[in-house]
Design a protein around this ligand. Sequence first.
Ligand SMILES: Cc1cc2nc3c(=O)[nH]c(=O)nc-3n(C[C@H](O)[C@H](O)[C@H](O)COP(=O)(O)OP(=O)(O)OC[C@H]3O[C@@H](n4cnc5c(N)ncnc54)[C@H](O)[C@@H]3O)c2cc1C
Ligand SMILES: NC(=O)c1ccc[n+]([C@@H]2O[C@H](COP(=O)([O-])OP(=O)(O)OC[C@H]3O[C@@H](n4cnc5c(N)ncnc54)[C@H](O)[C@@H]3O)[C@@H](O)[C@H]2O)c1
Length: 465
Amino acid sequence: MNGSVTADQYDAIVIGTSQGGRFLPVDLAKAGQRVALVERGQLGGVCVNTGCTPTKTMVASARLAYQARRGPEYGVRVGPVSVDLAAVRERKRAMVAGARENYASRLAQDGLDLIEGEAHFTGPHTIEVALSGGGTRQLTAPVIVIDTGTRPKPLEIPGAAAVPVLDSTSIMELDEVPEHLIVLGGGYIGLEFGQMFRRFGSSVTVVQSAARLLMLEDDDVSDEVAGILRDEGITVLTSSAALEVEPAGDGLRLTVRTADGVEQLEGTHLLSAIGRVPNTEALTLEAAGVRLDDRGFVEVDEYLETSVPGVYAMGDVKGGPAFTHLSYDDYRILRANLLLQEKASVRDRIVPYAVFIDPQLGRVGITEREARTRGRAIRVAKLPMSAVVRAIETGETRGFMKAVVDADNGQILGCAVLGAEGGEIMTIIQVAMLGNLPHTALSNAILTHPLLAEGLNTLFALLDN
Ligand SMILES: Cc1cc2nc3c(=O)[nH]c(=O)nc-3n(C[C@H](O)[C@H](O)[C@H](O)COP(=O)(O)OP(=O)(O)OC[C@H]3O[C@@H](n4cnc5c(N)ncnc54)[C@H](O)[C@@H]3O)c2cc1C
Ligand SMILES: NC(=O)c1ccc[n+]([C@@H]2O[C@H](COP(=O)([O-])OP(=O)(O)OC[C@H]3O[C@@H](n4cnc5c(N)ncnc54)[C@H](O)[C@@H]3O)[C@@H](O)[C@H]2O)c1
């Protein structure tokens, strides 16, 4: 900070507008504090602009195309199905614009100053903002919250600079369906986009460096997901390292080392979905003394406080699972501690998530592999969706439900629901876990016939004796 310039004094500064970054400053301001909220990009952060909202909007278009093609299976005549990607994009843009407007409207609050520009630290409790409209402002506060998120990890194989490499943001701006999309990465982003573009009409090849798709999941879950994607015509290569890429004709050629040797894949488009890196460089955190871990994420304790007292981090920038609902829960923790003087912590929180492939994968708690690695005595119940009446009636029988239960006390430790509305069904099990219900509560519950949830009776009844 320039010593001759006086910094504007606030009670709290929040850097970044995400789900959590929206509610925290509003709550602090409502409590009478003077709060600065700094944003260098578009209001709403990744979720609203380039993450959850646009992707799930486009996934809905892809599902409709898929269902329309299945019309004859249900006795419904439809003409040839094709996708107008420019129109899909328009729908997506409208959805994002609406979400962003809604976001902005909620920031109007006395005591809350929205400052547009890029923040960086000049000391432990001072920041400078390079204002979007030009010029700078110096701000200081006893409490500073870093909520700056992540961005796509750049692809660094030879030749990457010589071909257009799409990321999760730019792929949503295409206006024509790619002929052959090669997807690097078999995680959330790679699979959601891979299936989406297959349903839009592209040939799709997924190249995953790890031995399985969705590496954190149990083997049977990863294998079933791979089977579902292959059934839809997607080529899935695992244990495959992308070695180099070069332009070829109107597209590109990717050299890949697979288990069977070196292969060359020709595609028209390349999506890199190989993970994300934290937005920390621009913050000059060294000026504040805020410690980073060896991957560049901000280190926090269980109360989300960094190595500098009074400086906190929330959301993806602190590493660990990266979900909007976790950023929101970080907000809950900071609100409790900063406003209500509580000692809320991230310890023992149950983190659910859903992968929005179709059928969805809903997941919560520990996997079978984690339980066995920890040496826990467990029982595992597994039921194919083809045994669930509603799934049969609606023609959505792919996947399975799986639950891991403590063998001694019957408590549910985790589940994976890969099936129609898998995220919603997983949430029912999550609520049972939150209430510490034994599995018998679900096997004996009167559940409505014929809902998908009725399958929980059958799933947990598998453990009854
Ligand atoms: C394609 C995609 C799909 C996803 N789908 C889902 C999903 O379905 N469900 C789910 O739960 N999660 C999903 N996620 C993850 C989810 O979007 C993130 O977990 C969530 O947005 C994290 O929020 P955050 O608090 O870390 O902040 P972010 O949303 O990352 O926002 C950080 C903000 O900080 C701003 N910023 C950065 N540096 C500075 C600076 N120096 N000065 C000022 N401002 C700065 C950025 O401009 C940005 O607006 C998805 C992510 C992607 C990429
Ligand atoms: N439904 C959701 O909640 C949702 C959706 C999208 C994204 N997200 C969040 O965004 C984060 C980032 O997603 P992501 O899919 O980019 O990351 P990810 O870490 O989930 O998956 C990246 C995958 O790429 C593979 N990989 C790494 N380098 C590679 C290479 N050179 N070639 C081929 N494969 C390679 C890894 O093995 C890994 O499986 C996720 O961790 C998730 O938290 C969530």
